[in-house]
Design a binder for this molecule. Structure first.
Ligand SMILES: C[S@@+](CC[C@H](N)C(=O)[O-])C[C@H]1O[C@@H](n2cnc3c(N)ncnc32)[C@H](O)[C@@H]1O
Length: 348
C-alpha cells in the first residue's frame, strides 16, 4: 500500500453513491443475453494468459473463475486442472471448455460465495470487477474460500459496459482504479500485501479490427495478493512488480530521445517531464545546472521496471526515474528510494 495514500475511495458514508450504476435493474436481465465475444484485443488476451501462467506456481491447483464467461484465459499447463466458473449467463458458461463445473450466481444480490472455506488454490477475476456493488464483501469471501497461501488475481482493462459499471469505477482514471483495488484488498483484512502488473502502450496487433485507428493495444492491469499462511514447501510467486514495457520499437524510442529537447516528454511514457530545481548541495557538486527535467509518472514503464531491476541487482527497494539535462542534451536515470522522493523540488 502506498504510505501516503489516504483511504477515501471506499468511505462507507459515500458507498451508496460511489457504487451506484446507471442501470440499476436486475443484473439477470442484462446478462440474460449471451455475449460470445472477446472483450479485449488478441495481444491483451495473450498477456493475460502469460500472467496467469507466471503467477500460478501451484502444480495442480483448484481454480475458481469468478465472474466467468465462455473464455477463462487459462494457459495450456493448467487446462486439465479442476476449474469452476461462477457467472451470470449459463450459455456462456456451458461454452467454456476448461470448466469442470459452473454455477450461475448474482454477486450483487448475494455476496456470499457458494463454496466451503479453504476450497480453492487460485481465484481469478478478469475484466469484471467494475460491476461489483459490494467489492469488499466479495473480496472477503474470496479470502474465506481460498486455501492459506492461495492467490486472488484481479485483472482489468479500460473497456466496460458503462451502464452496469459502478460510478466510482467509471469516473476514476486507470491509475486511480489501481489505488481503489489496493484499498479494497486491504479493507478485507484477508490478504497479504498486493502485487501490481501493468502492460500498456504496446502496438495494437496489425490484424485487429481497430488497428487503423492508431490506438495502442488494450492495457492490462492486474492486482493480486495471497491469503496469509503459505506452506513453506510451496514455490514463491515471482517478484511483486512486473511490467511488460510497451514494446515500443527501438527506432521510435531513439526518435523520441532525439526530439526530447523540443518536446520535453519522457520517451518511455510520453508524459510531459517536470522542471526540477537541482538542490543546493555544498558537499557534493553533482550537477552544474540550476534545473533538470524528470519524468514523475508513477506508471512510466522505465520507472516501474526499475523497482524490479534495482531489487534484482542490489537487493534494495529503489528505482530510478528518467532524467533529461537540457543544458548538455543528455538523458540519464536518477535513483529514487521511494515514489515521493525528489518531488519537493518540482517547480512546475
Ligand atoms: C466483461 S465480462 C468478462 C467475462 C470473463 N471474465 C472474461 O474474462 O471474458 C463480465 C462478466 O461478469 C459477470 N458478472 C457481471 N455481473 C455479475 C454479477 N452481479 N454476479 C456475478 N457475475 C457477474 C458476467 O457474467 C460477465 O460474464
Amino acid at each position: 500500500m502506498h504510505e501516503n495514500f489516504i483511504p477515501l475511495l471506499v468511505d462507507p458514508s459515500h458507498h451508496q453513491v460511489n457504487f451506484s450504476r446507471m442501470d440499476e435493474s436486475d443484473d439477470a436481465l442484462f446478462y440474460s443475453k449471451e455475449r460470445l465475444v472477446s472483450h479485449l484485443d488478441s495481444l491483451a488476451l495473450e498477456t493475460i494468459v502469460d500472467l496467469i501462467e507466471n503467477l500460478v506456481v501451484e502444480d495442480n491447483p483448484t481454480i475458481l473463475d469468478l465472474m466467468a464467461s465462455w473464455d477463462s484465459h487459462i494457459p495450456v499447463r493448467l487446462r486439465s486442472c479442476r476449474i469452476t466458473g461462477l457467472g451470470m449467463n449459463e450459455t456462456e458458461l456451458k461454452k467454456n471448455e476448461v470448466l469442470s463445473d459452473y454455477v450461475v450466481h448474482d454477486l450483487n444480490r448475494d455476496c456470499r460465495l457458494p463454496f466451503p472455506d479453504g476450497h480453492f488454490d487460485v481465484v481469478l477475476n478478469t475484466v469484471s470487477v467494475d460491476y461489483l456493488k459490494n467489492p469488499v464483501e466479495v473480496f472477503r469471501e474470496v479470502g474465506r474460500i481460498l486455501k492459506p497461501g492461495g492467490l486472488f488475481l484481479v485483472i482489468f482493462s479500460n473497456r466496460m459496459f458503462p451502464e452496469k459499471a459502478v460510478k466510482i469505477w467509471r469516473e476514476s482514471s486507470e491509475e486511480e482504479r489501481i489505488l481503489l483495488l489496493e484499498e479494497i484488498f486491504q479493507e478485507t483484512g484477508a490478504f497479504d500485501s498486493t502485487g501490481l502488473f501493468i502492460s500498456k502502450g504496446r502496438p495494437r496487433p496489425s490484424d485487429d479490427k481497430y488497428a487503423n485507428l492508431g490506438t495502442p493495444s488494450d492495457p492490462v492491469y492486474a492486482i493480486y495478493a495471497e491469503k496469509p499462511g503459505k506452506a513453506a514447501s510451496r514455490k514463491s510467486r515471482p517478484p511483486i512488480r512486473l511490467l511488460k514495457e510497451g514494446a515500443m520499437n527501438k527506432d521510435t524510442l531513439e526518435t523520441k530521445k532525439e526530439q526530447i529537447h523540443k518536446t520535453l516528454r519522457c520517451p518511455h511514457c510520453d508524459e510531459k517531464m517536470k522542471k526540477w530545481a537541482v538542490p543546493e548541495n555544498p558537499f557534493e557538486a553533482t550537477w552544474e545546472n540550476e534545473f533538470l527535467y524528470i519524468c514523475f509518472n508513477d506508471n512510466c514503464p522505465y520507472y516501474v521496471r526499475g523497482w524490479d531491476h534495482v531489487y534484482k541487482t542490489t537487493s534494495r527497494m529503489a528505482s530510478y526515474r528518467f532524467m533529461y539535462n537540457q543544458d548538455k542534451d543528455i538523458c540519464s536515470p536518477i535513483p529514487v528510494p521511494s515514489p515521493k522522493a525528489l518531488r519537493e523540488s518540482i517547480i512546475d
